[in-house]
Design a protein around this ligand. Structure first.
Ligand code: FES
Length: 75
């Protein structure tokens, strides 16, 4: 699947790409969304990135189709 500029790639509130967040998680041993929030890495604003970050933690993906996390969670 090709991703374009409409893809979800970052926590907008923290201006941090999921790839950067994943790198920090790998380096600092952050394993859950709560770990990320409590360490002030990202996800502490509006919460719109939460399902994407949770999927990133499970799959390692850092670029998503908007809404894909919700569509796939119902399968
Ligand atoms: S987009 Fe991540 S907290 Fe708002």
């Amino acid at each position: 699947m090709a991703y374009d500029r409409r893809s979800v790639k970052m926590c907008v509130c923290h201006k941090k790409k999921f790839a950067q967040i994943k790198e920090i998680c790998d380096k600092e041993g952050l394993k859950t969304l709560d770990d990320i929030i409590h360490s002030d890495v990202a996800a502490k604003g509006c919460g719109m990135c939460h399902p994407y970050i949770e999927k990133m933690l499970i799959t390692g993906e850092t670029c998503f189709i908007p809404g894909d996390v919700y569509i796939n969670s119902e399968k």
